[in-house]
Design a binder for this molecule. Sequence first.
Ligand code: DC
Length: 283
Amino acid sequence: MIIAIDGPAGSGKSAVAKQLAADLGFAYLDTGAMYRAVACRALDLQVNLDDTSALAHIASHEPIAFAYNDGSSSPSQVFIGGIDVTSQIRSAQTEVVVSQVAAVAAVREALVTQQRQIGLLRDTVIEGRDIGTVVFPHAEVKVFLTASAEVRAARRLAQNRLRQNQDQQAAQGTTAPASHKHPVAQTTAAAPSHPFDQQQTLEQIMRRDRLDSERAVSPLTQASDSIVIDTDSLSIRQVCARIAELVRRERSVVDEPPSTANQTNARATHISQPPSVHPPDNG
Ligand code: DC
């Protein structure tokens, strides 16, 4: 089964998808981490971000891999072309350039291919922007999470603080964390000078929303058959409970004897087939 979770930055996708995967014993795939990994590699190689062929070359020639601790459904490390970019994918520099990298059609095509391959291996909760629309349009459960920009900015601030603490702990007794090692990005956009400033964080979230929703290729849109959940006043547990209920309903439809429901046959057939693997909509 594929559970597709889409939504804008800060809508709670990652926390919900990780928790849900752990609850259900599914794998968890963070497709944003894949776009971030390509962006990191481009920064490391000092690639001009307008050079779409160079970006596409990275995405199609440097495979992304995730490493897991025993028994965990969420990865502990992310690699691209064998290089560990776990900390770097969350750096401020990556944050600034990733939307531009994610807007390149050939980058998306290469990553969508990898996402489908990973998702077909086992039951998976996949989070991103285009999972229900492009990557797995036949996902059995499709959810679109929303939240107000203010709530999303507050969540991002809390995340930044948590990461800073983790970085500080990592730095004690060891070298500086990898998240600080980027050369200056070849981009006109600046990283926020104060990652803990509420107004700047809000502006950054709104800028990302704009870039992700207005891009020509696979923009962030809600699939017509997805269930919208507004997470403004819901806890992670409450959101997971709602999605788990959708999963239960989906399973009961599939398990129902064919004679009892008109739509059962179509749904069951659909579930037994792998999702179609056509290239993403580049229009
Ligand atoms: O979810 P995130 O913030 O880690 O995503 C990073 C960037 O990648 C963001 O600009 C949106 C983009 N993205 C995308 O275009 N498609 C996806 N399936 C996942 C992320």
